[in-house]
Design a protein around this ligand. Structure first.
Ligand code: BDR
Ligand code: CA
Length: 318
C-alpha cells in the first residue's frame, strides 16, 4: 500500500462519515466521494458531503449514488444522526453542486482509469455492490475494499449493525466477491467490536474544539450531538460517548499499526423474516475444515493513537 492510498470514499454522512472524510482528505489521495442513502435520505447525505467538501476546502468530486438499497426499503437513522443526517451544528450552505448523479459510473470509471484504487465504504454497500455487478472486471482491478460494518454484535438489531442491516443483499455481494477470490486486494472490516472501542468522550470532543476555526468547531458541535444521542439511547454508564465508527475504515488503510487484525471467513445473513437478517456471521472456529478467510476483521484499536491522528487531520484543515 502506498503512503497515500488512492481512495474512493463511499459514504452516507452522517457524523462519523464526516470524520472519515476529514481523515481521508488528510491521509489519502481522494479520487472522489460517492454518496448513498443510509443515515439520511440520499439528497441529504449528498448535501452533507458537499458541506464537508467546502468546510475542508478540498477540490474533490462528489457523486450521488443509490437512493435506496438493492431489495429492502430505505430506513434512515434519524434517532442517532437527526433528520438531516448531520444535526447539531450550523452548517454553511455549500455552493458547489454535485458532480453527477451516477456514483456507480464514477466508481467504475475511476477504478478502470487508475491502478490500485481502494474503495472505503462507510455506509450501506449498495453503490459498491452495484459497481461490482455493473463491471465484472472491477473486482480484480481494485486494491481492496475497507468497510465500516458488521461485527459480532449488532446495533440496529441484537445481531445486525446498521450499514449491513440497511442493505444485506449488497453486503452479501461484497463478502461473496471476496470469498470467491475475485478481489484484487483485501476486504477489511471495521465492525462494532473495534468501533465501540473508539468513543467520542468529552475530553476528546474538547480537544477537537480546542483546535479552533470553523471546521473544528463544527465537528465538535457535531460530536456533542452524536455523543448525546448515543448516551441517551444506551443504559447509563455504558457509553462514554458516541462510537466514532467510520474513520476507522480509513485509518485501517493509512495507519495499520494502530489495529489488531484477525483473518476470518465472514458471510452475511440475508434471510427475510429471520431475526438474524443483516448479521455478519464471523467464523471464529479453529476447526481445520472451516472456510478460508475472506476478510481482515479489525478486532482492536489503539484508541488514543487513532484519536491523535484524527486531531492531526482536523488541525491540518483548520
Ligand atoms: C454505522 O451506521 C451509521 O449510523 C454510522 O455512520 C456508521 O457508518 C454504525 O453502525
Ligand atoms: Ca456511515
Amino acid at each position: 500500500m502506498p503512503d497515500r492510498p488512492l481512495v474512493v470514499l463511499d459514504c452516507d454522512p452522517g457524523h462519523d462519515d464526516a470524520l472519515a472524510m476529514v481523515v481521508a482528505a488528510r491521509f489519502c489521495d481522494l479520487a472522489g466521494v460517492t454518496t448513498v442513502a443510509g443515515n439520511a435520505p440520499l439528497s441529504r447525505t449528498t448535501y452533507n458531503a458537499r458541506v464537508m467538501r467546502e468546510l475542508l476546502g478540498v477540490d474533490v468530486e462528489v457523486h450521488a449514488g443509490a437512493a435506496r438499497p438493492l431489495v429492502a426499503e430505505a430506513h434512515a437513522a434519524a434517532s442517532i444522526h437527526g433528520a438531516s443526517g448531520l444535526d447539531g451544528a450550523d452548517l454553511p450552505a455549500p455552493s458547489r453542486p454535485v458532480d453527477s448523479e451516477d456514483a456507480v459510473r464514477f466508481i467504475v470509471d475511476t477504478c478502470r482509469r487508475n491502478e490500485g484504487v481502494t474503495i472505503v465504504a462507510t455506509g450501506p454497500l449498495t453503490n459498491v455492490a452495484l459497481a461490482l455487478r455493473a463491471a465484472p472486471d472491477l473486482a480484480g482491478r481494485i486494491a481492496g475494499i475497507s468497510i465500516m460494518g458488521g461485527g459480532s454484535f449488532g446495533n440496529r438489531t441484537p445481531v445486525a449493525e446498521f450499514n449491513i442491516w440497511a442493505d444485506p443483499e449488497a453486503a452479501a455481494i461484497v463478502f461473496h466477491t471476496a470469498a470467491a477470490g475475485e478481489l484484487g486486494g483485501p476486504l477489511t472490516m471495521a465492525g462494532l467490536d473495534v468501533t465501540h472501542r473508539f468513543q467520542a468522550t468529552p475530553d476528546r470532543i474538547a480537544a477537537v474544539d480546542a483546535i479552533g476555526g470553523l471546521l473544528a468547531r463544527t465537528l465538535a458541535d457535531l460530536l456533542r450531538f452524536f455523543s448525546s444521542a448515543y448516551e441517551g439511547r444506551h443504559d447509563p454508564g455504558t457509553m462514554a460517548g458516541a462510537a466514532m465508527h467510520d474513520p476507522l475504515a480509513v485509518l485501517a488503510l493509512t495507519h495499520p499499526h494502530l489495529f489488531t487484525v484477525a483473518e476470518r471467513h465472514v458471510t452475511v445473513e440475508t434471510a427475510w423474516g429471520a431475526s438474524t437478517r443483516g448479521m455478519t456471521v464471523i467464523d471464529e472456529r479453529t476447526l481445520v475444515e472451516r472456510a478460508a478467510p475472506n476478510a481482515r476483521v479489525l478486532v482492536d484499536v489503539d484508541a488514543d493513537g487513532a484519536f491523535a491522528v484524527l486531531v492531526d487531520a482536523v488541525a491540518s484543515f483548520s
